[in-house]
Write a protein that binds this ligand. Sequence first.
Ligand code: PEP
Ligand code: MG
Length: 906
Amino acid sequence: MNETRQRYVYGFAEGDMDHKDLLGGKGANLAEMTNLGLPVPPGFTISTEACRRFLTDGKEPPGLAEEIGEHLKRLESARGMRLGAADNPMLVSVRSGAKYSMPGMMETVLDIGLNDASVDGLAAAAGDERFAWDSYRRLVQMFGATVLGIDPGEFATALDEVKRSRGVAGDDGLDAAALREVVAAYKRIVREATGRDFPQDPREQLDMAVRAVFSSWNIERARVYRAREHIPHDLGTAVNVMSMVFGNLGPDSGTGVAFTRDPATGAPGVYGDYLANAQGEDVVAGTRTPVPLQELERIDPASFEELLGVMSVLEGHYRDLCDVEFTIERGKLWMLQTRVGKRTAAAAFRLAVQFLDDGLIDVKTALGRVTGEQLVQLMFPQFDPHSDGEPIANGVPASPGAAVGAAVFDSAAATRHEGPVILVRRETSPDDLPGIIAAEGVLTSRGGKTSHAAVVARGMGKTCVVGTDTLEVDAEERRFTAPDGTVVREGDLISIDGTTGAVYAGAIEVVPSAVVEYFEGRLDADERHLDPVLQAVARMMVYADEHRRLGVHANADTPADAARARQFGAEGIGLCRTEHMFLGERRHHVEELILAESAAEQDKVLAELLPMQLGDFVGIFAAMDGLPVTIRLIDPPLHEFLPDFTDLSVKVALAEERGAVDGGDVRLLQAVRRLHEQNPMLGLRGVRLGLVVPGLVAMQVRAIAEAAAARIRAGGDPRPEIMVPLIGGPEEFELMREEIQRVLDDVAETAGFAISAKIGTMIELPRAALTAGRIAERAEFFSFGTNDLTQTTWGFSRDDVEGSFFPVYFEKGIFAASPFESLDEVGVGRLVSIAVDEGRAVRPDLAIGVCGEHGGDPSSVRFFDRVGLDYVSCSPFRVPVARLEAGRAAVAAKAGPDARPRAAKR
Ligand code: PEP
Ligand code: MG
């Protein structure tokens, strides 16, 4: 083998922000900042490739150790210091950094390089013995827990013991001598737990920390986070080794997190938290409540000015909201991290419009910055502003929305509890992730907008209130107490408002979102003027509509739904399910139809049903005047319209006992028994029903045609399209088509004018997709029924599996999202592509849409755009989401750098 040796390590000055695959997000952005000349402590990044090799082979790839050695040497000469030297030691931090941000999910080790000798060197260099021993204590603790896998509780106990013996309450009451004692106790814990001493060799510490960070890619919480955020499991993390700077060297030092604009509301103006005399981890962990960034102006005006300058450079360079982590070491500002910041849905819309108006981005980029998922969030209800509920506390609003649920005090309770819950914690740690996922909202008594709870909740679109420090949270006793004495125990209902920060005992009434009211045309332009979020949404919708190629239709079965859909921007009805027209009061007609003993009796029942159906269709055509209305002929199995077999058996048996048997019930019972199927979804339904009970379809088509005739006479412009469900191939379709055409001609002849209706079919069985070319010889349009197509392609019962074994499939990573929600592009999507290509090869003007649930799913919409469908059809509420996504899909023909693969993998 004489291939050139793979390279794994890159100095910060060697990379740039386009290499996130290799350097991870943090590494790529550190490189970018370094090259912009910003004050970044020197360091290097070990690539994700090295991590992948390590995870596959179980050991470092050959050459990695030497490369790290070379970069370490360069780093030492840049700083004029040596790692862990007894005299003026250099220390380094070792941090994870994957391609996509996974806040707090993987490991970090700070202060690498400290040992029994260099601790004195650090004390001398810093002129602060306490600081040096505190750093050593932090290292042994962090290293012990993350690298050596020792229970962190052991360190906490040892620390408490020293505090008790010295009679001090907080960590900061411990002097250098006490901290020496703590370090000695910690080192004993390490020896007892691992059978060896805490490693003194700085390079060994570094190598072990790097390995631990690699391995942390696969820890449970990281896997859970990735599954939830649709981040592939095979990317691996990069490792950033950076020369340490210290924010805990006294009052002229500190650390903070800042955003170039407010990530919660999108309001302009820098925003952030600052904590004096602290390490970065203290801010993110939320263990101490920081002060607003503006305070820094008073504390250290020079550093504040410099920071503002850096942030403005970053925003101009990235042309987006950036967040930064910084440290001030004795008055000197250092930038530790930047990235394009996470934001709430409302902020995303406002920021897109702001950056557009500032001329920093174009409309296409702006569309790329808002998502259908975010629009969905804005369409959630809010708390009723007129509710007279009085908050029992007010915290920091960290992620908007209105959440009502039972208070729970840990992750286990959150996942166990049935019904909506609010996770209440003093502060959250990454281990709370399952609880955050399970909860409607998160409430903490500590931390700022950048604490772990806030960042994770915002990323997931969960309502979140943090820093509610007037609440006393007692997780052990499973309760919290408000200043007015209100005690909330586990299971009690509470309400939290992530937009205002208010916390209420009990359930507060929730009202519809303003965005929905806007879509429904219930807000006038002036009112809209007042709310910048609505304005931004309205503008982005205009841009999406201008750019999209895909049409957006709605699934609607009633005139009211049709009207609502039209208001939401639907350009027609893609699926009118006619079966509801046989329910309720009309059900007994279906029973009579099934029990009819002669053709004449059957005709009589159908004649009774006809005017009812006709009335329905007239209403829908009126609501969608001038737009296509695709009506699907009856689909579900007949037994769905009949009484339950057991109920009816009991009724008949009881009547027999009383000697009062009803002949009708007995015949009905026989019919129910006769029609019973083991697998009704695979039984007598769809086109099969139409072929077996032909009068039914003829009646439906007559109702459609006569409704169209009535609308034409009334001066309307009905555009009916008739759709045959569940065909498996061309033969079934052709028989139905002939029957439909016959009835259409018949009605037209009686009316005396032409009634045109396209005749097409659903493609919702694999066999239909595979014979699409032949079906297209006669069908004028296709509409993919991706619900049934998913069911029959996977062989999953759509009514059963999501609640039964899907959780295991998620856990095992078989799919990242339910294939009933997000189209399985690899399998079901392939059938869709085949049918599109083969259908259009035969009939180039074949109109093709989709009317399964996937028609309103953002990632599926992008797929349907790619494979060339003409339109998607979805529930009225999702129409704006589909419009937005269709616009985004059109401008993102080539995927951006942050596009994530979705749907089933492997
Ligand atoms: C489908 O199968 O995707 C579809 C739209 O039809 P239904 O859900 O009514 O079976
Ligand atoms: Mg179907």
